[in-house]
Design a protein around this ligand. Structure first.
Ligand SMILES: NC(=O)c1ccc[n+]([C@@H]2O[C@H](COP(=O)([O-])OP(=O)(O)OC[C@H]3O[C@@H](n4cnc5c(N)ncnc54)[C@H](OP(=O)(O)O)[C@@H]3O)[C@@H](O)[C@H]2O)c1
Length: 287
C-alpha cells in the first residue's frame, strides 16, 4: 500500500517524502503543479489540488486517481474545506491521516483569527470523516526565520520586529517530518490517534532568535523595533492582511511569556529536538 503526501514540495512535506522513501514505504508525492516537484527516484507523483472547483462541488471522484491503493495520508491545511478530500479518502479505503495543524487552532490569541479557523475547520472535518487521524501541532517553524527575515539579513539591513520580546520555540522542520514519518509507517500505532504537540528545545524572544542566526553566520544582525502599524504597512503581497493581523496578535500575546515546551519529539523519534542553531548551520547560505 501507498502513503499519499500532500504538499510534497513544502518544507515539511518534502522531508516527509524523503523520510518515508528512506524507510522503504511506497510514496505518492503530490503537488498542484507537478512541474515544480522533484522527488527521489522510485517515488510516485500525482497532481492534487485540494481546493479545485469540482472538489468544492463535493465530487469525491476528483481525487480517486491520486488515492488509488493509498492507506495513509499526510495532509496540509488549505483555506477551503477538507471534507470532499476526506470523503474520497474514506471511499478509497484510507485508514489513517496525519494532519499538519497549528497551535493557532487552540491558542487564545489566534483562536478566532483566520489561521485558527482554517486549522480548526480541517480538524472538525477530520472528526466528522470517521477516519482515524493524528493531529500535529508544531511550534514556531524555524523556516519562518528565512521567510520573514531572510531578505533583510541577506541585504545586511536590520531585521524589523514589531514585538521583539515575543517568545517563540523554534522547531526544526526535520523534527516535525520525523514525527510525521513515524506516525505514517505501517503497524506503528503507538502514538497515533491523538493530538501531538511538538516543540523545539527552548523558548526564546524573537530578537534572541535573530541573534542566534547572527551567531551562526558569524556576524551580529541588527534588530529594529517597529510599530504594529509599520509592520502592517510593510506587509508582503503574498501574505493576506488578515493573516498578518493574526500573526501580530499572536506575537503581542507572547511578549514576555515563555512558550510551552514538550518532550513529544524525543518521545516519538528517540532523540532530543534539534536547537535553532542546527537549522541555522544547515541553512547559512540562505542568509
Ligand atoms: N509557520 C509556522 O510557524 C507554523 C506553525 C505551526 C503549524 N504550521 C503549519 O505548517 C504549514 C507550513 O508548513 P511548510 O513550511 O511545510 O509549508 P510550505 O513549505 O509553505 O508548503 C505548503 C504546502 O501546502 C501545499 N498546498 C497549499 N495549498 C494546497 C492545495 N490547495 N492543494 C494541495 N496542496 C496545497 C503546497 O503545495 P504546492 O506545492 O502545490 O504549492 C505546499 O507544498 C502552515 O501552513 C501551517 O499549516 C506552521
Amino acid at each position: 500500500m501507498t502513503v499519499l503526501v500532500t504538499g510534497a514540495r513544502g518544507n515539511i512535506g518534502s522531508r516527509v517524502v524523503t523520510g518515508l522513501h528512506a524507510a522503504g514505504r511506497q510514496v505518492r508525492a503530490t503537488a498542484r503543479d507537478l512541474a515544480t516537484l522533484s522527488v527521489p527516484e522510485g517515488v510516485q507523483t500525482a497532481r492534487l489540488d485540494l481546493t479545485e472547483d469540482d472538489v468544492a462541488a463535493d465530487n469525491p471522484t476528483a481525487f480517486a486517481e491520486a488515492l488509488k491503493d493509498v492507506d495513509t495520508v499526510f495532509l496540509y491545511a488549505t483555506r477551503t474545506t477538507a471534507a470532499p478530500f476526506l470523503k474520497a479518502a474514506h471511499a478509497a479505503g484510507v485508514r489513517h491521516i496525519v494532519f499538519l495543524s497549528s497551535p493557532a487552532s487552540y491558542e487564545a490569541a489566534e483562536f478566532r483569527g483566520p489561521i485558527g479557523r482554517i486549522h480548526r475547520a480541517a480538524e472538525q472535518d477530520l472528526a466528522a470523516s470517521g477516519l482515524d487521524h493524528t493531529i500535529l501541532y508544531p511550534s514556531w517553524l524555524a523556516t519562518n526565520a528565512r521567510r520573514d527575515w531572510g531578505a533583510a539579513i541577506r541585504a545586511r539591513k536590520p531585521v524589523e520586529l514589531p514585538y521583539p520580546a515575543a517568545q517563540c520555540v523554534p522547531i526544526h522542520p526535520d523534527d516535525v517530518a520525523e514525527v510525521a514519518v513515524d506516525l505514517l509507517l505501517p503497524d506503528n500505532a503507538t502514538h497515533r490517534g491523538r493530538m501531538q504537540v511538538l516543540t523545539g528545545p527552548a523558548s526564546m524572544r524573537l530578537d534572541e532568535a535573530v541573534a542566534a542566526i547572527g551567531a551562526g553566520l558569524g556576524r551580529p544582525i541588527p534588530v529594529r523595533e517597529i510599530s504594529r502599524e509599520a509592520a502592517l504597512a510593510r506587509r508582503e503581497p503574498w501574505m493576506a492582511a488578515e493573516i498578518l493581523e493574526s500573526l501580530l496578535d499572536s506575537a503581542a500575546a507572547a511578549v514576555g511569556r515563555p512558550a510551552p515546551i514538550t518532550n513529544t519529539v524525543e518521545r516519538i523519534t528517540g532523540h532530543p529536538a534539534r536547537p535553532l542553531s542546527t537549522w541555522v548551520a544547515e541553512n547559512r547560505t540562505d542568509f
